[in-house]
Design a protein around this ligand. Structure first.
Ligand code: SLL
Length: 255
């Protein structure tokens, strides 16, 4: 066996990614030039590196992820022709026009050296502005267009446990661009409160180390909660077993 197929046991390495979408209301002129006049928005769904390029107004995408991602398949709503869109080279994204929100299935396949199974992510395509009041109210298009692009992005870390030696070498040869410490740009959710249009006009959002930490804290808290629930269940089982045992004995003594 070649050295390459040796696993580095006990080691975990991760790569930060973001996945999600940006959507913009089509102008009346843009709508005229479409073959589907009922489409109201243009949108892009993507899988990108978490760090943004400081000189670009794209969310994330500072690094080319094709050193470890081989393919991304975006499965769109059945109302779209060619529902499954396969992207074999960066940028791993699909741009479309449409009228409705729906769940997009995102399948990420890694390079063969990884020996990893594909992973599945789900993203709810977001077209309508976030509402700071939390009400599910969709503003009319002529109002929504003033808010600017809608952004909905999820930060995630793809973790590789016990990686193959050669895959590990590929990963370490491509360190991810670090996230900025502080936030100069808005966070990746626009609070387009109709009462304050300003909130949505801060430009392209960006992920920060603070947000990565918050996500890690949420995961830690969730893990603790799961363990606590497991322990509570275990104690319940112990109780029930005791009860069962005593009932069994009663039954035996009656026989
Ligand atoms: C809804 N459950 O009713 C969702 C479905 C479907 C979105 C949304 C365009 C398709 C096409 C399109 O936007 N589909 O015209 O080719 O809101």
């Amino acid at each position: 066996m070649s050295n390459d197929r040796v696993r580095v046991r006990g080691l975990s390495i991760f790569r930060p990614i973001i996945y999600g979408n940006t959507a913009t209301v089509l102008t009346p002129k843009e709508r005229e030039s479409l073959s589907s006049p009922d489409h109201t928005h243009k949108w892009t769904v993507a899988v990108r590196s978490a760090a943004s390029n400081p000189n670009s107004d794209i969310v994330g995408g500072a690094d080319d992820l094709s050193y470890f991602i081989k393919r991304v398949v975006f499965k769109l709503h059945e109302t779209y022709p060619n529902q499954s869109r396969t992207v074999d080279k960066p940028p791993f994204e699909v741009s479309e026009t449409g009228w409705g929100e729906f769940e997009i299935q995102i399948r990420i396949t890694f390079i063969s050296e990884s020996g990893e199974k594909a992973i599945l992510l789900y993203h709810h395509l977001k077209l309508h502005p976030w509402n700071a009041t939390g009400e599910a109210e969709i503003p009319p298009l002529d109002v929504a267009i003033k808010y600017g692009p809608v952004h909905s992005w999820q930060y995630d870390e793809i973790v590789f446990n016990d990686p193959f030696q050669n895959f590990l070498s590929i990963l370490t040869a491509h360190p991810p661009t670090p996230l900025p410490k502080g936030s100069k740009r808005p966070v990746p959710f626009h609070l387009s409160n109709p009462a304050s249009l300003e909130a949505s006009k801060g430009g392209t959002p960006e992920f920060t180390t603070q947000m990565a930490k918050e996500e890690a804290d949420r995961l830690d808290a969730a893990k603790k909660e799961v363990l606590a629930q497991q322990e509570a269940m275990r104690l319940q089982i112990v109780e029930k077993e005791k009860e069962l045992d005593s009932l069994q004995r009663q039954l035996n003594s009656m026989a």
